[in-house]
Design a protein. Structure first.
Length: 455
């Protein structure tokens, strides 16, 4: 039998870097589109609700990650709780989230570089990013995680610099003006805008759960994972509200609501176009994109690896590099999907959106399904396996996971209402993938036991 073990080399600081780095690009771009739907005040409420969901979710999800520290993450938990079908649903939902998010980030990296180098095609730059960071992931998890930690620290510092530089110009009156979907007072349209803005609030936190997919490579996961998750979600919550409030309070926020670079534009309004602070923000802002892109590649490769190891994907995808002990084929396979999406972006539109914008929404659908399955697994395993060793137990059980589950369901329904065509596509992909995998597994069996999950 082939050795499919992963190398255990990650400490709590590495894991914090992964937790924050996976998400931090969401503090730099994407979220400001929520202002266009809900206004600053409406989006503030939406973000507060989504932040509450993520805090309740992470405090509960950590119990699963420490009790079952496997590369499959939600796939492993749901499979243990609900059998192969449940595992397959959670596994493919997670895979959709992690494979479909990177193309959008890669194109944003290309756009940043194109500003500095106008002759550079953003798609070619995005391809270069894929090739570079897939290679970095393959050569070793400790090298990859150390790089992730470094760029994450730089990205966090840059966000703090942004807040410090624009703080003297902050005026709460600017943030409040027209704050309800462009109106002075709350209205029915503003309430609808709050629901429409949910995907952009989720973008502040999307993919933090990816730490679970590095759990099998963590040193002392019972101790390091809770530290990383809890400090990570609190770091991201503070940064999310900080950048949103300071960006919205420096002038007319409506000029930032449909831009991919709200922070540089907000700083430009304060310090002017020739300031060294602005140039530093543009260059170091790239680190936020790189941190998330690199971290999500790490996440999707582990999810593909875990599904293949359990027999739900071809066994070739479960191979580990004999020298680097990383899932190299899984890393390359996910990259192929992303590169195809990048070069198809201008050729395909769905419901009036570009392909990349649509697959970002697909990623959010996948995330919400995975959140629901994970919380359901927590409840199920508490009943079915009360003696399962739980080094960390979810605080405020059952209230915290129930809140996370209920809010995820509300967000999912809102997403369906505002994105019906993309939901149909998501559902179709899920049904086909799950059905094909269950049939293939029934015929071929499991490659190796998946770390204690029921066979």
């Amino acid at each position: 039998m082939q050795d499919v073990g992963l190398h255990k080399s990650l400490n709590a600081f590495h894991l914090w870097g992964i937790a924050v780095g996976l998400v931090i690009s969401g503090e730099y771009f994407g979220w400001s589109y929520g202002w266009a739907n809900a206004g600053t005040l409406g989006f503030l409420i939406t973000t507060a609700v989504v932040a509450a969901m993520y805090i309740a979710f992470i405090f509960s999800f950590t119990e699963l990650t420490t009790a079952i520290p496997q590369a499959g993450g939600p796939f492993a938990y749901s499979r243990r709780a609900f059998g192969p079908l449940g595992g397959c649903v959670a596994g493919y939902a997670t895979l959709i989230e992690f494979v479909f998010a990177p193309p959008a980030i890669a194109l944003a990296i290309g756009a940043y570089l194109n500003v500095q180098f106008p002759d550079l095609d953003p798609k070619h730059a995005a391809l270069g990013a894929y090739l570079l960071f897939m290679a970095l992931n393959i050569v070793g998890v400790q090298i990859a995680a150390t790089f992730e930690l470094l760029v994450t620290i730089l990205a966090v510092i840059e966000l703090l610099v942004f807040m410090g530089v624009v703080a003297p110009a902050f005026d709460l009156a600017h943030f409040i003006a027209h704050g309800w979907a462009g109106e002075a007072t709350v209205s029915l349209a503003a309430v609808g805008g709050m629901f429409a803005a949910i995907p952009f609030a989720i973008w502040f936190f999307l993919a933090i759960e990816g730490v679970a997919m590095a759990a099998e490579e963590a040193k002392d996961p019972k101790r390091t994972i809770p530290i990383a998750y809890i400090t990570g979600v609190l770091t991201l919550t503070a940064l999310a509200f900080g950048v949103m409030l300071f960006a919205g309070g420096v002038g007319d926020w409506r000029t930032l609501s449909n831009l991919n670079d709200p922070l540089p534009q907000a700083m430009k309004a304060v310090v002017g176009t020739s300031s060294g602070w602005l140039h530093m923000l543009v260059w170091l802002g790239l680190f936020g994109l790189v941190a998330s892109f690199h971290g999500i590649i790490m996440g999707y490769s582990r999810q593909i690896f875990a599904l293949a190891r359990a027999g739900f994907l071809p066994a070739t995808l479960a191979r580990v590099h004999p020298r680097f002990r990383t899932p190299h084929i899984a890393t390359l396979a996910g990259g192929v999907v992303g590169i195809v999406a990048i070069y198809s972006d201008s050729l395909v539109t769905i419901a009036g959106q570009s392909l990349t914008a649509s697959i970002v929404t697909m990623a959010v659908f996948g995330a919400l399904v995975m959140y629901g399955m994970s919380m359901a697994s927590l409840f199920r395993l508490r009943r079915s396996e009360p003696d399962l060793p739980r080094p960390y137990r979810a605080p405020f059980y059952p209230l915290a996971p129930a809140i996370a589950l209920a809010l995820a369901a509300i967000c999912f329904l809102a997403l369906v209402i505002y994105n019906p065509l993309i939901f149909v596509l998501f559902l179709g992909v899920m049904v086909l993938a799950v059905a094909a995998s269950l049939v293939a597994r029934a015929g071929g069996g499991e490659t190796v036991p998946d770390g204690g999950a029921p066979l």
